[in-house]
Design a protein around this ligand. Sequence first.
Ligand code: NAP
Length: 477
Amino acid sequence: MRKLKVDKAYINGQWIAGADTFDVVDPATGSVVEKVANLRIAEVHSAIEAAHTAWSSFKASDVMQRAALLETWYRLILEHKQELAEIITLESGKPLTESLGEVDYGASFVLWFAEESKRSYGETIPGPRASNKILTIKQGIGVVAAITPWNFPLAMVTRKVAPAIAAGCTVVLRPASQTPLTALALAVLAERAGWPVGVLNVVTGKDSSGMGHELSTNPLIRKLSFTGSTSVGKILMKQAADNVKKISLELGGNAPFIVFEDADIEAAVEGAIYAKFRNSGQTCVAVNRFLVQDSIFDQFSQQLTDAVNRLKVGHGMDGDVQIGPLINQNGLDKVQEHVTDAVGKGARILTGGKVIEGLFYAPTVLADVSADTLIAKEETFGPVVSLFRFKTEEEAIQMANNTEFGLASYFYSNDVHRCWRVAEALEAGIVGVNEGRISFAGAPFGGIKESGVGREGSRYGLDEYMELKYINFGRGK
Ligand code: NAP
């Protein structure tokens, strides 16, 4: 039986070596984990054609058959949880406990959409005349291109592939070149689960813009689903416009986390640690700005700093490590630039503020950060807490919404009236109220403003891969 850790791409049921390879590196040590097939655009093209051919029969498959394919995949993913988690940690650097959690989280989308596939209901609508009946049906859209990032190498794949398969679509997946091994391991499990040839294709390579161009412009592809930065999302959106593809974009954020003076501070600190430091701060829903009411600023910042000082940094495979390395030198440079800029504009370092070694950055807390800093405006994507002060609820909402992003937001308060007011006023696709753990397969994950288009997970996540058709039945005379 083929091992889970493979170095070849997967097209039309064949494992493809490619003309040359690229290195996948462990960010914690800098050592090469694997050399993976570096495909050319012609091979991406052939993957699209294979997916298109497979779609002609797969679209007519029974819904119960598609549910069964997903259920078997789900079972195999969980059976190989440890092995998959180790691959995630090796290529992304995240602590093993988080990788194990990612396998559960990623698998939950597969089970969710296996079940949801059976519920893509249509409806009947009264027609304009007594002789007419209108009914709606949903049909899989066709070949899907999925482009995924490195920060959740497994969950971002299942969140796209599972609803696509549930809808009767076929997929060409391009994982980030930093983390292709998890996606390939998922393809091995799909093969073992008996998925028909060509239904899932995984193309690996270094040429992200060339491959992205092919995937967003090839007319055989009817849907593009992308998770990554807003800047790349905009490029893909423009390219996909040429043949008016349906798109889903899960992009960057600049999440605020507001702590009001009536909050349970202990709960807020616990929520803050989770919402900020998961994957060393490299998640799209990671808090970027902590807005803390003046009267409790010192108390909250002290308790949070104490909790940050207890975080254990190290190689993800080492026991109880909570903070791993940043993904690469660019990621580290950005964190350093943001901290230097904030300190230069008057911020105080309460802890951290330096590189430990290699790509490891010390968990950091900055107090009294000003509104004109890079941190206030851009996603830092690292283990840095930045604390801003506010005086009134109106000021907090104004500060929270003062960004072109709108993915996640969080706030802590024990005043139920304030909870409703603030939840409605925050410009974000997701609001955590007294809650730092916001993701769940049954909830519609996604952003507004420049954080994206469309939703993943939930029943809405299936609609992203389907077209709605209405059929107007007349009596014929
Ligand atoms: P990125 O540079 O946009 O990369 C994401 C993916 O796009 C990777 O597969 C990358 O491949 C590929 N890519 C890069 N340039 C491309 C191009 N010109 N055309 C097509 N594909 C291209 O993002 P990142 O910095 O790696 O990932 C972190 C970002 O993702 C953050 O902004 C984060 O907030 C966002 N994110 C959002 C969500 C969400 O659900 N909203 C979830 C997770 C992450 P290579 O890596 O091989 O270049």
